[in-house]
Design a protein around this ligand. Structure first.
Ligand SMILES: [Ca+2]
Ligand SMILES: [Ca+2]
Ligand SMILES: [Ca+2]
Ligand SMILES: [Ca+2]
Length: 493
């Protein structure tokens, strides 16, 4: 109790004038403090304000209101604090804040006071925030530069915002790829030789997003291709007649793409086909050629040469006929035969035979330069020509025609003999012997029919139904006679 009295006395000395105007209530209290007529000091603070609310007022203001406090003497006003610092006072239960910033959270409390200066406990804090609904400005000055074959460097001018730009939104071909906090970005992982379009927008902490910037495009660099295609395999070559060769091979592969092939003949490039086959032409007949193939790509890389293959063209077709036979002669051989002979023809490749025509009709194709025609009619004139031919079937023109007339048929009951001539300097002639039994002749040796120096003779007057045997001898000017020739026989019908 002693301590309480001391405090009361101090209050009296410092607040006498204040309470002079409050006798009505002071008097009521004074009766309780037992100090007599002197007004008692008010040491009781008002009750703590309750129900503090803060509502927005425009874009930068707020209205605070709360429930009135009570006091043993009387509440004289309220003290409003913002973020722990006194912001203002009011005699009523409302307070208007101005000049607030969007996007900032303010914490308010209010305390009541009375005339004696007693101050209540501060109310619980009420938080208040003015929403930021203003987007940043649109970014400008967007530029994009190539960074090799897979990257692009982007930069732009900073946007501004009523509160503050917190990041940028970078779009590549309309799709968000990054949200950098600064005004540049290096995009990576792009495809070579490809065009990309970029825009950028700015955003603030409240999520407001500016319009997209103007679009810029950039094309990445091409990747240098230094890898050649694979070596062609399976090369085959086939002769196409006497002047052509057909080539084909298996396709090569490449990291980018095969654009064509290089065909070499005997080591010299002759063609650059885009496909896996080629027909070489204008070659020489019966000649061997060597071929190889390599593949190339668009960057000019060339594969190694394939294994080489050799092929020999066919021999040239022979279209030249042999020369026309010359020197054709025809001689009757008896009454039913003709012996033909002629000079050989020549040919660019070779004569393989002759064609003999009798009266324009082919009768024989001998390989040599003579022919014995038989089975003819006696006493008849025949015309012959000869042509030559080669292996390709080319045929020469017909030779000059020659005619021959067969002699009349021999008389009946006769026998015509012919023999080889005897070569002797003193030859005089021949003698013919005949009889009806082998080796036995009607003429004694030396008494044969002397026929002169000829090689053919016809014996007439022979008997019908008899088999005759014949032989010939030669004799010289001295009378010497040769042995008999071989014997021939004939049956006289
Ligand atoms: Ca009070
Ligand atoms: Ca804003
Ligand atoms: Ca390549
Ligand atoms: Ca020929």
């Amino acid at each position: 109790m002693l301590r309480m009295k001391t405090l009361l006395l101090l209050a009296v000395t410092t607040t006498t004038l204040v309470f002079a105007g409050c006798n009505g209530t002071g008097g009521a209290e004074s009766s309780n403090n037992g100090v007599g007529a002197t007004p008692s000091a008010d040491t009781t603070p008002p009750s703590m304000p309750t129900g503090l609310t803060v509502t927005a007022a425009g874009s930068t203001g707020a209205n605070l209101s709360w429930n009135a406090s009570t006091d043993n003497v009387g509440v004289t006003g309220y003290i409003v604090s913002r973020d722990g610092i006194e912001a203002g006072t009011t005699a009523t239960t409302t307070y208007a804040e101005t000049g607030l910033s969007p996007g900032v959270t303010y914490s308010y409390s209010v305390a009541a006071r009375d005339a004696a200066g007693n101050r209540s406990h501060a109310s619980p804090n009420a938080k208040f925030n003015i929403a930021d609904t203003t987007p940043p400005t649109t970014p400008t000055g967007l530029t994009a530069t190539v960074a090799g074959s897979t990257g692009a460097n982007l930069s732009w001018s900073a946007s501004t915002d009523n509160v503050g730009v917190t990041a940028y939104i970078l779009l590549r071909n309309g799709v968000q790829v990054a949200t950098p906090a600064t005004t540049s970005f290096t995009d990576t992982g792009l495809s070579a030789a490809t065009t990309y379009s970029y825009t950028v927008a700015a955003r603030d902490a409240a999520g407001n997003i500016s319009p997209n910037s103007a679009s810029v495009s950039v094309t990445t660099a091409s990747v240098a291709d230094t890898t050649p295609p694979t070596t062609p395999t399976g090369l085959t070559a086939a002769a196409a007649g006497s002047t052509g060769v057909n080539l084909s091979w298996s396709a090569s592969t490449d990291n980018v793409g095969v654009t064509g092939y290089i065909v070499r003949r005997n080591g010299v490039q002759i063609a650059t086909p885009a496909t896996t086959s080629y027909t070489d032409t204008g070659l020489s007949a019966a000649t061997t050629y060597s071929y190889s193939v390599s593949a190339r790509d668009a960057a000019g890389n060339i594969s190694p040469n394939s294994a080489s293959v050799s092929v020999t063209t066919a021999s040239a077709a022979d279209t030249t006929p042999p020369s026309t036979p010359t020197g054709l002669t025809a001689a009757a051989a008896g009454s039913t035969g003709v012996n033909l002979s002629w000079s050989a023809s020549t040919d660019n490749v070779g004569v393989t035979g002759y064609i003999v025509r009798r009266n324009g009709v082919q009768v024989a194709t001998p390989a040599t330069t003579s022919f014995a025609d038989t089975g003819l009619s006696a006493a008849t004139t025949y015309s012959y020509t000869v042509a030559a031919r080669d292996a390709a079937g080319n045929i020469s023109p017909d030779s000059t025609s020659v005619s021959v007339t067969t002699p009349p048929p021999p008389p009946s009951n006769s026998a015509s003999l012919a023999w080889d001539a005897v070569t002797a300097p003193t030859l005089s002639g021949y003698r013919v012997y005949f009889g009806t039994a082998p080796g036995t002749y009607l003429q004694s040796l030396g008494q044969g029919i002397s026929v002169g120096n000829v090689t053919a003779y016809t014996i007439t007057g022979l008997a019908s139904g008899t088999q005759y045997y014949f032989a010939v001898t030669a004799f010289d000017t001295l009378g010497a006679e040769s042995p008999y020739s071989n014997e021939v026989s004939k049956n006289i019908p």
